[in-house]
Design a binder for this molecule. Sequence first.
Ligand code: CO
Length: 134
Amino acid sequence: MIGKLNHVAIATPDLDKATAIYRDVLGAKVSVPVDQPAHGVTTVFVELPGSKIELLAPLGDNSPIANFLSRNPGGGVHHLCFEVDDIIAARDRLLAQGARLAGAPEPKTGAHGKPVLFLHPKDFVGTLIELEQA
Ligand code: CO
């Protein structure tokens, strides 16, 4: 059911520092920072062949990554995003197997303008999973 690994998201309290590590130390191509007020984050995309890393820093008072950063003050891997062909069919199949969603059951428009859903880390080996309709 899941397809390509679309991105790995890494939360960081210091977006400039994290960007510099990927750009200057690891030699990757990075985007400019983009504020995503609807998602409570500022993002930098690190372009890799066939995939990407999404660096996330909190934006505003109620950022969805604030709790994660309070537990992981130095930052860390926040979620994996897999592509699916049909997000509603994928959701219904997962729910039928007893998997839990993290957040509302209706897909939201994600940072790339495509429908996304999040799956609860307790049901997925301790990892928050984002599904994105490709
Ligand atoms: Co993501």
